[in-house]
Structures are given as C-alpha cells and as structure tokens.
Ligand binder design. Structure first.
Ligand code: TLP
Length: 347
C-alpha cells in the first residue's frame, strides 16, 4: 500500500517542529493559581485577536462549548441551536448532562440560521415554557460541510436574539477557516457574539486545546465552571506554547487547505457514482455523496481504508473529507485516484 492519506479530520494534524520546540522551552507555573506565564500569554493573545476582554484555555472544543453554556444559562433554560450544530449533535449529550439545558433546534440552510427562523422559534414568556437564554451559532459549520456563515447572517440572527434578551455564543472551532475564506479578521466574526470558542487543535495543528473568549467578568465565571468539569490544569504552559505558535504562524496557511479541498472536490466530482457540490466547498471540507449503485458510506470507508485513505462517513451515503496541513496537493490528487479504485472494488 502507498502512503496513508488521512482525510478524517483536521484534528489529526500533528504539531510542527516549531511547536515542539516551543513546548520543550515553555516557561510554566501552576495555572490554577493563575501562575503559568505561557497560559496567561496565550489567553491574552486569543482575547486580543478575537476582540474580547479575556480568554480561557480549555482542554477541548467540547469543554469550551459546554463551559460557555453553563456560564450563560441556568439549569432548566432553553437554548436555540441550529439543528445540525456540533454542540447539539456531536457532544455526547453534554447539554443535558452538564449544563442541564433544553436545546430547541432550528433547521438552517447550509448551516446558516436565518434571523426570521430565530424570531419564529422564540416564544413569549409563559409559565409553561422554559426561559430561553442563549442562541448558539457555528462558523464554519461542520455538518453542513465547512460552510461559512456570512457576516450579515451572523449579525442578523444575533441581533434578533439580543433584542429578545438572549445572549449569543459562537462555536468558532474553525473560525479562522471562516475568516480566511471571507478575507476578514476573525474579530469581525466574533463581534456579534458575547462568547466565542475556537480550537487550536484542528487546522491550526496544535496538539491540544481550545480557547473561550468573552468579557472579563464572564471569563471569571467560566473559569469557575471549567474547574467544576475538572478542567483546571497545572503546568499547562507546555500546551499553551504550541497554541501561541498555532495562532501566530498557522492561520494564513489555511488558504492552502481550502485550495486543496477545491482540487479534491473537482477531481471527485468527475468520478461516476460520486456526487459533489462544488459550490459548497468553501473551506477545508468536501462532502461526497455516494450515488447508487455506488457502495454505502461504511462500505466505502472500508474499501478506501484498505487502499490507505482514511475517511469518515457522516451518513449512510455521505462521506466527509477534510484537508489539512498533513495532506499535500499531491495527496489529494492521489486520494481521488484511490476513490476510483475503491468504487471498482479493487482493494
Ligand atoms: N469536531 C470533530 C468531531 O467531533 C466531529 C471533527 O472531526 O470535526 N465544534 C465544532 C464545530 C467541531 O467541529 C468540533 C470537533 C468541536 C466543536 C469539538 O472539539 P473537540 O473535538 O476539541 O472537543
């Protein structure tokens, strides 16, 4: 078998040599006492890049999202989420288990929540209804295929929520992919939200870590909730050091991943049995539909695996391919060739 091409996620990226050096040399202290200078530096950097007052390093995107909900809401509150949002779909029921909130799902179009749909989902205060306290948005939208939520759509949905007294949380796990695709600074996308979570460990290639950013008081509260879920870390500077490299060195190169995704999409679109909507490829994800008599998603995952292409099925007949630092242009061209072989059943 030729080299492995891993298209399962940008989470599989390994740290760069520069990150490893920064980690080895990091100045550290006990972060629960607020004494890790490298963590403090990362949190300040994150806040300033996103245009917020303060930041908080958390273990994962899931922890960041859930701590955000715990901090914004009281148990028993209702929150509005897009029907395919990660925070609802992929976080192992944490909204119920940890935050104790009731999600009300609102279907979006290509991951975009329309302001009028948010408005329509909001009910007047009534003894029978849970109080609705939070709107969660996601940019880029994962299950929609890395789609970018345009600035004006984010702002319009957030404005409706705010008018009705809700706060707004943005799951910006891949906010820098959205920013690079739109050609705007990430802080513009963060403006509409009270809090933002973004990940260091996806396209930015750090080994561990996500950030929550928001107002100083809100972050102080979130810090307490992070402790509740066991996320108080000690000499976390070894992680934060890689995060600083991620934020300062790895953002601009995301454009390369987007270009590789477009090349992959174009090559796959030309193969009989595969359906790819080229216009929907806006960042580093390609959704591939398997048109009968092509095999099912799980069968294709197996066949491609045998040919050295790792990929995830996100539905019975849908695959998700993600480009990232550790797949080259040559790799995506090669991957498309292996799709042809997998469809023919030649493993
Ligand atoms: N997404 C992962 C899987 O969980 C599906 C992936 O491979 O894409 N928000 C969004 C939009 C995400 O895509 C993810 C991870 C998270 C939050 C959670 O981040 P982690 O995995 O660090 O908990």
């Amino acid at each position: 078998m030729d080299g492995i091409i891993d298209l399962r996620s940008d989470t599989v990226t390994v740290p760069t040599p520069e990150m490893r050096r920064a980690m080895a040399d990091a100045e550290v202290g006990d972060d629960v006492y607020g004494e890790d200078p490298t963590v403090n530096r990362l949190e300040e950097l994150a806040a300033s890049i996103l245009g917020k007052e303060a930041g908080l390093l958390v273990v994962s995107g899931t922890m960041g999202n859930q701590v955000a909900v715990m901090t914004h809401c009281r148990r028993g509150d209702e929150i509005l989420v897009e029907a395919d949002a990660h925070i609802f779909y992929y976080e192992a029921g944490a909204l119920a288990v940890l935050a104790g909130v009731q999600p009300r799902t609102v279907p979006g179009r290509a991951g975009v929540l329309e302001a009028e749909d948010v408005e329509a989902a909001l009910r007047p205060p009534n003894l029978h209804f849970p109080p609705t306290s939070l709107l969660c948005l996601e940019n880029t939208h994962n299950r929609a295929g890395g789609r970018v939520v345009p600035l004006e759509k984010l702002e319009a949905a957030a404005a409706v929520a705010r008018r009705r007294g809700l706060r707004v949380h943005l799951d910006g796990a891949r906010i820098f992919n959205a920013a690079v695709a739109l050609g705007v600074p990430a802080r513009r996308l963060a403006e509409a939200a009270d809090s933002v979570m973004f990940c260091l460990s996806k396209g930015l290639s750090a080994p561990v870590g996500s950030l929550l950013v928001g107002s100083r008081d809100w972050i102080a509260e979130a810090r307490r909730n992070r402790k509740i879920v066991g996320g108080g870390m000690r000499q976390a500077g070894v992680i934060a050091a890689a995060g600083i490299v991620a934020l300062t060195r790895m953002v601009d190169r995301l454009a390369e991943d987007h270009e590789n995704a477009r090349i992959l999409a174009r090559n796959l679109a030309g193969i009989e049995g595969l359906g790819v909507d080229l216009a929907s490829v806006e960042t580093n994800m390609v959704m591939v539909d398997l048109i009968p008599p092509a095999p099912s998603g799980p069968e294709m995952v197996q066949r491609l695996g045998a040919l050295g292409v790792k990929i995830n099925a996100i539905g019975p007949r849908r695959l998700r391919a993600v480009t990232h630092k550790d797949v080259s242009r040559q790799d995506v061209i090669e991957a498309a060739d292996r799709f042809v072989r997998a469809l023919r059943g030649r493993c």
